[in-house]
Ligand binder design. Structure first.
Ligand SMILES: *Cc1c(COP(=O)(O)O)cnc(C)c1O
Length: 454
């Protein structure tokens, strides 16, 4: 048998619980701190921004958190997502490795993000929230929340990083089709946006700036809350449907991953595929090597420091301990993918600190090379972010060939790239460039880290 194989579960196998890794960790991640008092935040501190149900998930130590039926009903539209054995790719690579990928591009917006957008919209509606604000970089998260808002009758306002807003007009129309409003950030709609524009009128924007704008609007209105598409514990939690399904599908394939690969921007899709496997290992089961792949252009896990930092550029959010490049870090506007956040999810950072996961940071041109190779073998054009995972998996498969060993490699193909043809066009035209940071450049953004006593 040489063609690629698909492992499908029927919809009764959609997970009934999200999996909370904190329950199985040898030590919990450090507490989140209030930016003013530097004391651990309590649930009430977060109440202006999030409904209490999500705050309780954020701080939960329970291993399993039930998925509400209305959320599972929506999941049913595309879940369980397929798992493939990439036999055609294996053949092209002439590798003895067994390569599997979980495909999240089958969701209505083409990525893993609706797994949490739908849950967040549901809990907000239960709490009587009328409007949600958020930020989006490449547009995947804004699209996902716009989709979920439409289903649950919630107004959605998206601050889109200006460089992406200009480069990806179709993304904005896509969000508007779901009824959301999308503005370029920095914008004139917030105090913070106006202040950035006052001294940098041609600012490209960044996720950190857009977060500040979305938080400012939500914090100033009673009927409005804020939603984040990555980084936070509850977001990572919602993504664990991916890995739980993958465990069952690997069983169908009569195999178990030796290596698990995911790309990391804020860490949510990586957590989604990896956490259920990591948890199984921590509870005494088989352990896999877990590899996070981030862009060389935004290398928080590989070149950042593990420290308390703000989640946004305007320094309004609580402080979390994480791998960070500094909240004033400005990723280059020319970088093709999302994955531009200055920090990394506290839980993923904690795993790196504990030595449970590894990280690497390839250059973007090599990632597109891997993505194109994958597309030609498997027929799916990956999102530029997903190309980092493809690259990580292919590198491991090539190593298997060199070493003459057959390992099972599982990676998360977190989205398709149908809205990202400009990036592919740039790649084919040879205008996509790799970026290098000197340590001095990185040190500059890190110099602004808040000082927090031990
Ligand atoms: C948003 C996004 C990412 C980055 O976010 P994570 O939280 O790290 O998953 C990666 N891939 C795709 C397709 C995305 O939409």
């Amino acid at each position: 048998m040489s063609d690629s194989v698909k492992y499908l579960l029927d919809e009764t196998r959609i997970p009934k619980h999200w999996y909370n890794l904190v329950a199985d960790l040898p030590s919990p991640p450090p507490p989140v701190l209030h930016p003013g008092t530097l004391k651990p935040v309590g649930p009430d501190d977060l109440a202006p921004l999030f409904p209490m149900s999500l705050i309780m998930q954020e701080v939960s130590r329970d291993r399993e958190i039930e998925i509400p039926e209305p959320v599972r009903d929506v999941y049913r539209q595309w879940r369980p997502s397929p798992l493939f054995r990439a036999r055609r790719l294996e053949k092209v690579l002439q590798t003895p490795a067994r390569i599997y990928y979980k495909y999240e591009g089958v969701s209505p917006v083409g990525s893993h993000k609706p797994n949490t957008a739908v849950a967040q919209a549901f809990y907000n509606r239960e709490a009587g929230v009328r409007k949600i604000t958020t930020e989006t970089g490449a547009g995947q998260w804004g699209s996902s929340l716009a989709f979920a808002g439409a289903l649950f009758g919630i107004e959605v306002l998206v601050f889109m990083v200006r460089v992406s807003y200009n480069q990806k007009p179709y993304r904005r129309i896509f969000m508007e089709t779901f009824g959301a409003r999308c503005v370029a950030s920095p914008s004139m709609e917030t105090n913070y946006g106006r202040s950035v524009l006052a001294h940098t009128p041609d600012s490209n924007g960044s996720l950190g700036i857009a977060i500040s704008e979305a938080v400012e609007v939500a914090a100033s209105r009673d009927d409005t809350k804020y939603a984040l598409g990555s980084v936070l514990n509850h977001v990572l939690l919602h993504q664990t449907v991916i890995g739980q399904e993958a465990i069952a599908q690997m069983e169908m394939a009569n195999d178990y991953p030796d290596i698990i690969v995911g790309c990391t921007g804020g860490g949510s899709n990586f957590a989604g595929i990896a956490f259920p496997f990591i948890g199984a290992g921590l509870r005494g089961g088989r352990k896999a090597r877990i590899i996070a792949v981030e862009p060389a252009a935004c290398p928080s896990l590989t070149r950042g420091v593990y420290a308390y930092d703000f989640g946004d550029t305007g320094r309004m959010t609580p402080l979390t301990k994480m791998y960070t490049l500094g909240s004033s870090f400005m990723p280059p506007g020319f970088h093709a993918g999302g994955l531009r956040y200055h920090g990394m999810a506290p839980l993923v950072s904690h795993l790196k600190e504990l030595g449970i996961i590894e990280a690497r940071a390839p250059q973007q041109v090599s990632c597109f090379e891997a993505g194109v190779l994958f597309a030609r073998a498997e027929g799916i054009v990956p999102a530029p972010e997903a190309n980092h995972a493809v690259k990580g998996a292919i590198d491991e498969a090539v190593r298997c060939k060199e070493e003459g060993v057959s390992k099972a490699i599982l990676f998360n193909l977190c989205g398709h790239g149908h809205f990202d043809m400009q990036a592919y066009q740039d790649y084919f035209a040879g205008t996509l460039v790799d970026s290098t940071y000197s340590d001095a450049e990185l040190a500059m953004a890190l110099a602004g880290l808040p000082s927090v006593p031990d």
